[in-house]
Design a protein around this ligand. Structure first.
Ligand code: HEC
Ligand code: HEC
Length: 393
């Protein structure tokens, strides 16, 4: 081996070690799992097993850790992935909680985009979605379903998989692949860990707790149409059937989030992530360019980065952005060579009219923001009450 090649190998190895250290990786159990297992229990083992990736280093949980509200457990805007974890993705890992009532992508009675999985809703169900990362070249990077079926055969739960789906199941890679995505979907939709409704705010709705004065002010500002107006897209009220709010209506909007230079693909000035209208079947719908799915705000305080491009790493900054985007654009967007602030710099100029102008985005440069700094603190205090696993003091 030439000196150059061994150096290249060393660099690759270091990169792999460095990136795997970013993940909370459950160690693969050495003992085979005793069948029979339920589909949900099997889905959980699959979700947490790094052997299911082509690199052998990355599980679904690497990018969707319970400790981070099922988003990525590190502050990288986009996660490493690929055969040697040498690639980087294009978008921030989404939170996976509270998706049980999210249906396939559609246009509602008013013609507004709704539902679907991924930031752009392109997968119709959790099972269809799971095929994405398994075969995605910047994620778990399998070249084919057959390669995934082989990976299943190497896991400590292979026998349990066969007991559940048939002893010969791995001989039919396509069927094995589909059963795996079904088990992954079952785990996410049925395990209460993904929708436990166990936050302080849920306790308040059940009459078992009360908000502090600051949290209560935050909730009021979150709801008030002339203040945060957050509930317009992140509903906070009990639903007519008495079920607790999800803090998303699964709709889409273009917020004009600033471009994130930390995403490698953005080093190409001609690259724009256009969200909904980047989907082949929606390419004609220029009005949908820049729109991304509204995420739930449940467990938002646990997520290390925010928005589809992971541009912000603090909840306070994310909230300040809403109320100061138009009043103090110089705080959020870079200046061009001519010294002018380049607003909405993550969208081509011709698409700037798509950007939302409803409150709190109804102010002009230099005006008072819809929320003062202290009021932003109140809203953030309220958002912290949406973290699951709350125990009465
Ligand atoms: C390398 C990091 C990474 C890995 C590994 C990964 N994901 Fe993701 N996940 C993402 C990113 C990034 C998105 C958003 C992608 C997009 O919008 O194009 C996402 C989106 C999702 C969504 C959509 C959520 C929503 O609200 O629509 C689900 C569900 C999901 N992932 C489940 C899984 C499952 C199951 C696995 C394992 C088979 C997995 N992910 C592996 C990074 C990852
Ligand atoms: C017009 C609809 C709309 C309103 C009003 C709105 N949001 Fe959002 N929110 C969205 C959309 C759409 C996204 C995702 C946008 C993206 O990633 O490009 C989002 C994302 C977020 C995120 C990032 C969450 C994550 O997991 O990445 C936070 C935090 C947030 N909103 C808080 C708020 C707060 C606080 C308010 C009120 C001050 C508010 N939102 C008002 C539509 C809205």
């Amino acid at each position: 081996m030439s000196a150059l090649r061994s150096l290249a190998l060393l660099v690759t190895l270091c990169a792999v070690m460095a990136s795997s250290a970013l993940f909370e990786r459950p160690l693969p159990a050495s003992q085979p799992v005793q069948p029979p297992l339920s589909e949900m229990a099997l889905g959980r083992l699959a979700f947490e097993d790094p052997l299911l990736s082509q690199s052998g280093l990355q599980s679904c949980a690497s990018c969707h850790a319970a400790s981070a509200g099922h988003a990525a457990p590190n502050s990288l805007a986009v996660q490493p992935g690929g055969v040697r974890l040498e690639r980087r993705g294009l978008r921030a890992a989404q939170t996976l909680g509270y998706l049980a009532t999210n249906g396939p992508f559609h246009f509602d009675a008013e013609g507004k985009a709704n539902g679907g999985f991924f930031w752009d809703g392109r997968a119709d169900s959790l099972a269809v979605q799971a095929a994405g990362p398994l075969l995605g070249e910047t994620e778990m990077a399998h070249p084919s379903p057959a390669s995934v079926a082989q990976a299943i055969g190497r896991t400590h739960w292979a026998d349990a998989f066969k007991t559940l789906y048939g002893q010969r199941i791995l001989d039919n890679p396509q069927a094995a692949f589909e059963r795996l995505t079904q088990a992954l979907a079952r785990y996410q939709s049925d395990d209460p860990a993904f929708q436990s409704f166990s936050s302080k705010f849920d306790a308040v709705l059940r009459g078992q707790a009360t908000l502090t004065a600051q949290e209560a002010r935050g909730l009021e500002l979150f709801n008030a149409p002339d203040k945060g107006n957050c509930a317009e897209c992140h509903p906070s009220a009990k639903q007519p059937d008495g079920s607790h709010p999800l803090f998303t209506d699964f709709s889409y909007d273009t917020l004009g989030v600033p471009r994130n230079p930390a995403i490698p693909a953005n080093s190409n000035p001609a690259h724009f992530d256009l969200g909904l209208c980047a989907r082949p079947e929606l390419r004609q719908r220029l009005d949908l360019c820049g729109a991304f799915k509204v995420p739930t705000l449940r467990n938002v305080a646990r997520r290390p980065v925010y928005f589809h491009n992971g541009r912000f790493d603090s909840l306070r900054e994310a909230t300040l952005f809403y109320v100061q985007r138009d009043t103090h654009p110089q705080k959020w967007y870079p200046r061009g060579a001519d010294g002018r602030v380049k607003i909405f710099d993550d969208l081509p100029q011709a698409l700037h009219d798509n950007v939302n102008r409803e409150p709190p985005y109804d102010r002009k440069r230099g005006q008072m923001p819809a929320l003062s700094d202290a009021q932003v603190d109140d809203v953030v205090a309220f958002l912290h009450t949406l973290t699951d696993g709350w125990n009465a003091p």
